[in-house]
Design a binder for this molecule. Structure first.
Ligand SMILES: *Cc1c(COP(=O)(O)O)cnc(C)c1O
Length: 426
């Protein structure tokens, strides 16, 4: 923790002045309230803000469709025939992968299923999956249906890890021990990169290493990690991962997902998969021949032709990540989140009506702090909304606040603290 932090307007403004990424804030559209006042937005972990460049990017594709009709597949400014390639490099940068290991396609839960088709290949002996308890519901349902699909019983096949008594988050040592304890039966270790509820950043390299030691596959759902952390998926030897583009990656509601498959798997045409025509070897795709030949790399997992409108918006957003640099964003994020923690604790020390505990681990987190509240929590959340501050409420009693480094400022955080000072539960 930076001990020189100050809870003052001057200090926050100074930090913004010295922030080399501050200029990116102006590239985004901020929501307004009914009085047309710009809102302070801390929900980039749930739905990121719209880049101002999105509309033009989308418009180009609408125009090309109008101008070219079907010929846009080859003659558009960005030919749709291989549209996914325009996104691959920047998407790979965001997750620390080689371009061959990444493709943008479908949506997140769909992709998790496709990846489990390839990488959850249970045998009678090795069929168990280790995951965090309280995972994002879609992941729980996906895993539940996968184990059932293979004829296993959920309670037997899925090992859900819970924190120790009195603790809110899992200790890495306990995760590693659980993997070791189940070595002979374990097929897959599957965690989120950042836990959506607690904000805990799981130790991906350590978990992956241990999974491999016991002959299991390591896969991650990076919905809350992509665009948030400085990931190194290839170097960490992660087997597979998928993420969505609409949280920290600011690409709009329900938009496309990205997948990563380690080079050693994705360049092997024998790696099993469900296939479709868009993953077929590209120079022969339109020969419409029998017998599937995959395109090399993660692109060989594509099924359908690319949803270009969504991908155009995603590309516009990825270009901003490329300009800002994921490492620079992460460096700012660490300071900004530490500042948020400082401001929250300072507000609590000044206002006895505030009752919360930050449950996100200090040394394992991205841009989100989760505040565990009590019966006054909902009132505090409403108080923030009343002060034009958008955070998010997760049942039963957590307020999540995410200062994203791309467009949040130190001033935003200071103003949040100021609003907290005036909270009264009377
Ligand atoms: C947001 C999120 C999802 C959402 O899945 P979609 O298929 O994009 O609707 C899934 N898993 C996790 C961990 C998430 O955070």
């Amino acid at each position: 923790m930076n001990i020189s932090f100050q809870n003052s307007l001057e200090y926050a403004n100074d930090c913004d002045k010295n922030d080399s990424l501050a200029k990116f804030r102006d590239q985004y559209i901020f929501p307004v309230n009914e009085k047309n006042e710009t809102q302070i937005y801390f929900c980039g972990n749930s739905l990121g803000l719209q880049p101002k460049t999105a509309k033009e990017a989308l418009n180009i594709e609408l125009e090309d469709w109008g101008k070219w009709g079907v010929e846009g597949h080859f003659h558009g400014r960005k030919p749709w025939f291989h549209y996914h390639k325009f996104l691959t490099e920047h998407a790979a940068e965001v997750v620390g992968a080689k371009p061959i290991e990444v493709v943008v396609m479908n949506q997140l839960t769909v992709n998790l299923h496709l990846l489990m088709v390839s990488f959850y290949r249970p045998s009678k002996e090795k069929y168990k999956i280790i995951m965090e308890a309280g995972a994002f519901p879609s992941d729980m349902y996906a895993i539940e249906s996968q184990v059932k699909h293979h004829g296993f019983d959920y309670n037997d096949a899925v090992i859900e890890l819970v924190p120790r008594e009195g603790e809110f988050t899992l200790r890495t040592e306990d995760i590693l021990k659980a993997i070791e304890d189940n070595a002979s039966e374990l097929a897959l270790v599957f965690f989120s990169g950042v836990q959506y509820y607690t904000g805990q950043y799981f130790n991906i390299p350590e978990i992956t290493k241990k999974a491999h030691e016991v002959g299991a596959i390591a896969g991650f759902d990076l919905a809350h990690a992509a665009g948030n952390l400085n990931l190194k998926l290839h170097d960490w030897d992660v087997d597979f991962a998928a993420w969505c583009s609409y949280k920290y990656l600011n690409s709009g509601p329900g938009n496309v997902s990205g997948i990563y498959i380690h080079e050693k798997h994705c360049t092997n045409p024998e790696t099993p998969r469900f296939s479709g025509w868009w993953g077929y070897q590209e120079n022969k795709r339109f020969l419409m021949e029998k017998g599937y030949i995959p395109e090399n790399g993660a692109a060989g997992w594509q099924l359908s032709n690319a949803p270009v409108f969504g991908m155009a918006v995603h590309l516009a957003s990825l270009e901003l990540f490329h300009q800002a640099g994921i490492e620079n964003l992460r460096n700012k994020s660490i300071v900004l989140t530490n500042y948020l923690e400082f401001i929250l604790e300072d507000a609590k020390s000044q206002n006895a009506n505030l009752s919360f505990e930050i449950i996100t681990p200090k040394n394992e987190r991205g841009a989100q702090l989760s505040l565990l509240t009590d019966s006054t929590g909902k009132a505090l959340f409403d108080h923030l909304i009343h002060h034009n501050i958008i955070a998010d409420w997760r049942e039963p009693n957590v307020i999540r606040i995410a200062p994203t480094p791309m467009y949040n400022s130190f001033l935003d955080v200071y103003l949040l603290g100021k609003a907290m000072l005036s909270f009264s539960n009377k």
